[in-house]
Design a protein around this ligand. Structure first.
Ligand code: 13P
Length: 356
């Protein structure tokens, strides 16, 4: 491999450090406002700022968090004492990442489907963020399961854009987090999610290959394979583990630096339990197949938004009297997920004082 790629690969490996994962706090203004409103907090720039400050100043975050993904608005903000958030994170030993897509927009000719935009001017924006200390970036594509959906067109354009973004990131020495999210919305079965996720991964890695993306210097951020939120049937932990690991083994080249799941609307504890079960299961296959400690060719960790933040946001409720309790709740979820990334989480950890 080209020697100039070594720093990129080192960053990707640092993001996947054992027992650590990513905190996604890169919600757009609209999404962040929606999350605030859900717990009765006024949707103001000040409240977004206060909430993000609470998150980035959480003591001990780097115990289980290797990197934090920021939104543009947050990446330029500072604490009440005037310290830029980026410096707070760097000082705590956490890598700074930035969401660089411009959101999912309606796909022409395909009602109900979306293509993620943001390639125009991306080279310049990446250079700007890199000069301000970012070490990695994120781009999210969304694929909806429905009758005849996702269309081939939707899968292709999103895979193509993800690969163009990833190539530009690597040119700027930023590690791309490649996120093709198959949404949980809908009544589809686990088997259908598996079929669609498999096809999406195939398309994404084909495009990454075509566009020369160095797999060792990127992280995949996929959905777990799950039945739709309104599916009549349920899936056991074992079925989810089987389906997700099969999909990943078939679709993700061994050279990829790591896999960091999104939570996608799962409850916080269920997302942790599933990540843990995947690492446990894979590890039980025996050392002869073990390239990683988990028996898979890549580490499996988390890049959760809601599943890390929700308990903290609910506790904070917009009142700084609750700030310390909210930070403890965030750290607790981070620690539980850090354990799950190594297959050492146990249900008892949820209440055994880890958070104190
Ligand atoms: P969730 O974990 O809430 O799905 O968010 C992850 C993310 O970064 C979505 O882009």
């Amino acid at each position: 491999m080209n020697a100039s790629l070594a720093p990129l690969v080192a960053t990707a490996q640092a993001l996947m450090a054992p027992g650590k994962g990513l905190l996604a706090m890169d919600e757009s203004v609209g999404t962040c406002n929606r999350r605030l409103a859900e717990v009765g907090i006024a949707q103001t720039p000040e409240n977004r700022h206060r909430y993000r400050e609470l998150l980035v100043t959480t003591p001990g975050l780097s115990e289980a968090i290797s990197g934090v993904i920021l939104f543009d608005e947050t990446s330029h903000q500072s604490t009440a004492e005037g310290v830029p958030f980026v410096e707070v994170l760097q000082g705590a030993g956490v890598l700074v990442g930035i969401k660089v897509d411009a959101g999912a927009k309606s796909l022409a000719g395909h009602p109900d489907e979306q293509v993620t935009e943001g390639l125009d001017g991306l080279r310049e924006r990446l250079a700007h963020y890199a000069s301000r200390g970012a070490r990695f970036a994120k781009w999210r594509a969304v694929l909806k399961i429905g009758d005849g959906l996702p269309s081939r067109a939707c899968m292709l354009v999103n895979a193509h854009a993800l690969a163009r973004y990833a190539a530009l990131c690597q040119e700027a020495q930023l590690v791309p987090i490649v996120e093709p999210e198959v949404l949980m919305d809908g009544g589809h079965t686990l088997a259908r999610c598996s079929e669609v996720t498999g096809e999406v991964l195939h398309q994404v890695f084909e495009q990454l290959y075509r566009q020369g993306v160095v797999l060792e210097g990127m992280v995949l951020k996929p959905n777990m394979v799950l039945p739709g939120l309104s599916c009549a049937g349920t899936a056991s932990l074992e079925e989810v583990v089987d389906a997700t690991l099969s999909c990943l083994r078939r679709g993700v080249p061994a050279a990829v630096a790591g896999i960091a799941f999104l939570s996608g609307g799962q409850s916080a504890k269920l997302a942790t339990a599933r990540l843990n079960a995947m690492n446990l299961r894979a590890g039980s296959q025996g050392p002869e197949t073990a390239l990683q400690a988990n028996g898979l060719p890549w580490p499996l960790t988390f890049s959760f938004g809601r599943a890390l933040q929700q308990p903290a946001l609910g506790l904070w409720a917009g009142d700084d009297v609750n700030r310390v309790a909210a930070q403890k709740a965030l750290l607790h979820r981070a620690r539980c997920n850090g354990a799950a990334a190594q297959g050492t989480w146990r249900p008892g950890m949820e209440s055994d004082g880890l958070s104190t």
